[in-house]
Design a protein around this ligand. Structure first.
Ligand SMILES: [Zn+2]
Length: 344
């Protein structure tokens, strides 16, 4: 089959690789119909050291179950399924707690251990706990929005949940990528009254407004902090969604929170240490977050997509075939595209 393989920063190729097969009795094989390129794929695209064997990329997909292992009970061949970016058994203490990304039997797709989903097929460990069967056909018009349940919509929602967004709250979203934009959707959905998007790209700002952003702040650093304070009566916001992961964005996120506020971090941190420790401390700001347990959120978010109340699929602004994946990475890296959808 064909799959995306990254060898070194800037070098991702579509290559022939062996077809996946059932390894564990809890596995399923999924024929991928739709996949994506993620903002987090851009970190290795910019920094990865050379690897002879390459890394099989991709962690977001919708597909059709082809085959299942002997111990798989609920997942059936023919099911149209969404594949969250992490696999999980659905039965351990952390899965029961709703934190599937900490599953004791879990892990992540598109790593050196588990092959990715930018491919014609993918082996899915812990199939019963991981895969979510969708009540749709493979060509459903809602496909783009449903595909965001595998990562960006669930991740934006997680940032909002961790930041304790609720009715009447004021919110700032740091980061105008697909996750930040989905964070705007999540904040509005949870009842926020003011949603300030920190971003500066015309197309992304327009989309943020469509999704429910009430204010746009295009400044950066201290100027951005001052502007957010100005927009909130000098107080800062109740809730901040940090959707980038860089030191400066994290510092801005903590500094725009009002005393007693909360920051939900979902941008993959690029540094060992966290900035703005003292403002966080003196303002009693709660800073939390991590890999979003998107599997836990599908039940809650799915009806809103099926019934048209939210349309996160609008974050996709480029549609390509598997063979064009190298161009897709380039377009996202150069910010010519917000998010790329791969029709396999
Ligand atoms: Zn588990």
């Amino acid at each position: 089959m064909r799959a995306a393989v990254m060898y070194v920063a800037g070098d991702v190729r579509i290559e022939r690789v062996p077809d996946p097969s059932i390894v564990e009795p809890t596995d399923a094989l999924v024929r991928v119909t739709h996949a994506c390129i993620c903002g987090s794929d851009l970190w290795p695209y910019r920094t990865m050291e050379h690897l002879d064997s390459g890394r099989r990329m991709g962690h977001e997909a919708i597909g059709i179950v082809d085959d299942v292992g002997a111990d798989v009970r609920t997942t059936r061949p023919g099911d149209v399924v969404v594949m969250p970016f992490a696999f999980s058994d659905g039965t351990c203490v952390f899965c029961h707690q709703g934190l599937h990304t900490a599953c004791l039997s879990g892990g992540f797709f598109g790593t050196l251990d588990v092959a990715g989903a930018q491919a014609e097929a993918v082996r899915v460990p812990q199939a019963d706990g991981t895969l979510f069967a969708l009540p749709i056909g493979r060509d459903d018009a809602l496909m783009a929005s449903l595909l965001t349940l595998s990562d960006v919509m669930g991740t934006g929602h997680h940032a909002a949940v961790v930041a304790r967004v609720g009715p009447g709250k004021t919110v700032a979203v740091v980061g105008d990528g697909a996750v930040g934009l989905c964070g705007v959707i999540a904040a509005r959905r949870l009842g926020a009254v003011q949603i300030i998007m920190l971003g500066r790209h015309e197309d992304r700002i327009a989309l943020a407004r469509e999704f429910g952003a009430t204010d746009i702040v295009s400044e950066r650093g201290d100027e951005a902090v001052a502007r957010v304070r100005e927009l909130t009566g000098g107080l800062g916001v109740d809730a901040v969604l940090e959707c980038v992961g860089l030191a400066q964005s994290t510092e801005t996120a903590i500094n725009v929170a009002r005393p007693g506020g909360a920051v939900g971090r979902v941008g993959v941190p690029q540094d060992e240490t966290m900035p703005a420790s003292q403002p966080a401390f003196y303002n009693n700001v709660t800073v939390g977050g991590g890999p979003a347990p998107v599997r836990a959120y599908i039940d809650e978010l799915l009806p809103d997509i099926l019934e048209g109340r939210i349309e996160p699929g609008h974050v996709f602004d480029r549609f390509i075939g598997l063979g064009e994946v190298p161009d897709g990475y380039k377009a996202m890296n150069e910010r010519e595209s917000i998010k790329v959808l791969i029709v396999v």
